[in-house]
Write a protein of this length. Structure first.
Length: 212
């Protein structure tokens, strides 16, 4: 599970990153909204832990633009109006500073469990994300390990465009092999042929996406 921690207090972000990584979570830290927005372009996150008062803007405004990702607010602002407003906007939870790392962990686990989807179905294609099994009309489709991971990247970014650069970077992370733009084209062509479905949309010159 990959968490985006948006927090400008360097001590809090460093300590919390170390604590969560010791609990087997992957954590990316952003100290500004601008950096957080950049990270969202290239990485799929399961959860955002978000401060409200940030150097370049308001965390609530940032949340409004990224409501599709489960979010826990972590803020020194403890007035009832801010807390209620955040929750009414759709935030999963709100924790005030100072806070207990163990309490935050419990809330994280609860949110991720509540939002966990084991299967996603788009048209006639169903992807079991836990077991990495892809089916068309309940009949399993055999994909290579790398093809499955590329398809998983698209499924975990529903309604978002996954850039070709992101796919290339992930292939390198998965395999350690350098690949080029043409390699991505070949893999997507193979995946489409095996799926025999039009669920993958090409965004010309940018990348690919799957829409719900």
């Amino acid at each position: 599970m990959h968490i985006l921690l948006v927090e400008d207090d360097l001590d809090i972000s460093s300590n919390l990153k170390s604590f969560l990584e010791s609990k087997d979570y992957q954590v990316t830290v952003s100290n500004t909204i601008k950096n957080a927005q950049a990270n969202l372009k290239y990485t799929a996150f399961n959860l955002i832990i978000l401060d409200i008062t940030l150097p370049d803007g308001n965390g609530i405004d940032f949340y409004k633009d990224n409501k599709s990702i489960p979010t826990i607010f972590l803020s020194a602002k403890d007035d009832e109006e801010t807390i209620v407003n955040s929750l009414e906007l759709g935030a999963e939870d709100y924790l005030t500073k100072p806070f207990s790392s163990k309490e935050l962990l419990a809330r994280i686990n609860k949110v991720l469990l509540r939002n966990k989807k084991s299967e996603i179905t788009i048209k006639d294609i169903t992807f079991d994300l836990n077991n990495l099994i892809i089916k068309k009309n309940q009949e399993e489709i055999k994909l290579s390990s790398l093809e499955l991971k590329i398809l998983q990247l698209l499924f975990t970014n529903l309604n978002k465009t996954v850039t070709r650069e992101t796919i290339i970077e992930n292939i390198w992370n998965w395999t350690g092999n350098d690949v080029n733009d043409n390699t991505v084209t070949v893999y997507l062509k193979r995946i489409r042929e095996k799926l025999d479905s039009n669920i993958i949309t090409t965004i010309k010159g940018i990348g690919y996406r799957i829409n719900e």
